[in-house]
Design a protein around this ligand. Structure first.
Ligand code: CUA
Length: 332
């Protein structure tokens, strides 16, 4: 029954449209929430049907009763019983919803584990800083707007904010959890199916709240380990003369005021860490795909793409721009 109801509902809805991400869980936490959603939906369907049927019956009966004799001595007692029965049914239904929702909350809370892979996610206006923690400081590293996790392994997200309140929400993986400045929240997640899952800031946090997306990339353990090893290493050396020139443009320009590229002199952490920017799928927190053209457009005029973003425009000489893009695209 636990699996039948979601399956039945999903097949009914599948005829209309694709199911939203929250109803296609990719992990146990989203599975619990999804089952609760279906349970409450079906309870509501039954309640609605009973209410409408009762209303129709009452209307039909009233039409007929108007023709009959007005007073029936037993009718008050019948009415009293009907109201009492209705009340009891309502209380039972609400109690069932309460039990279902409390048991879901319990199932989600009991999964917290301290030995899990720990990732600190910090919300910024308007991007996500993602730091992989490790007992050895040299193994910690920071990336942005993309969280890679190994499939089938518990992951402990430590959530905080650098400015205003944001909310972390990847519907296929878990419910929403707020990120507050000055304090931390925890969220245990686990992803059972390899894939790329889109998340979104779910708390209005300013002008570009809608452009504050993130991706969770779930991979088998061996591929995740390869990714993690690559992310831990410092930035790649430029592979050609143009990229060498691009690095000079980067280090001499305003880029270093905000960005870090590990292994170079650029060490600011105002904006996203760019050490392995070329390995990411998107730029500007999911606003644009990570391609050469979009990257160049973003560097020149980010306000056009994401008005209000903290990144200013850069009127670069065309050859310097091409060189800078070549350098950044080599940072895999
Ligand atoms: Cu961050 Cu909305």
């Amino acid at each position: 029954m636990k699996r039948l109801l979601p399956a039945l509902g999903a097949s009914l809805l599948a005829g209309c449209a694709r199911l939203p991400a929250a109803l296609t869980p990719a992990g146990p936490q989203a599975g619990h929430i999804g089952r609760l959603w279906w349970t409450i939906l079906w309870i509501q369907v039954v309640v609605y049907a009973v209410v409408i049927a009762t209303l129709a019956w009452a209307l039909l009966r009233r039409g007929r009763a108007a023709d009959d004799a007005p007073s029936d001595p037993g009718s008050d007692r019948v009415l009293g019983r009907a109201v009492g029965g209705g009340l009891a049914l309502t209380v039972l239904t609400l109690a069932a919803v309460l039990v279902a929702s409390a048991s879901t909350g319990h199932a989600l809370a009991s999964r917290a584990r301290q030995d899990a892979l720990a990732i600190t996610v910090t919300g910024h206006q308007w991007w996500w800083e993602v730091r992989y923690e490790d007992s050895s400081p040299s193994n910690t590293f920071t990336t942005a707007n993309e969280i890679h996790v190994p499939v089938g392994q518990p992951v402990r997200l430590v959530l905080t904010s650098a400015d205003v309140i944001h909310s972390f929400w990847v519907p296929s993986i878990h419910g929403k959890r707020d990120l507050f400045p000055g304090r931390t929240n925890e969220l245990m997640i686990e992803v059972d199916r390899p894939g790329t899952y889109r998340g979104q800031c779910a708390e209005f946090c300013g002008y570009q709240h809608a452009h504050m997306a993130l991706l969770v990339v779930a991979e088998p353990l061996d591929r995740f380990d390869l990714w993690r090893r690559a992310q831990r290493s410092p930035a790649a050396e430029p592979g050609n003369p143009e990229a060498v020139h691009g690095r000079t443009v980067f280090l001499a320009g305003p880029c270093v005021m905000c960005h870090q590229v590990r292994g170079t002199g650029a060490g600011s952490n105002v904006g996203p860490d760019l050490t392995h920017v070329a390995s990411r799928l998107t730029l500007a927190a999911g606003a644009i795909p990570n391609t050469r053209g979009h990257l160049a457009g973003w560097i020149v005029d980010p306000q056009q793409i994401k008005p209000g973003t903290r990144m200013p425009g850069n009127a670069l000489d065309p050859s310097d721009l091409q060189a800078l893009v070549s350098y950044l695209q080599g940072l895999e």
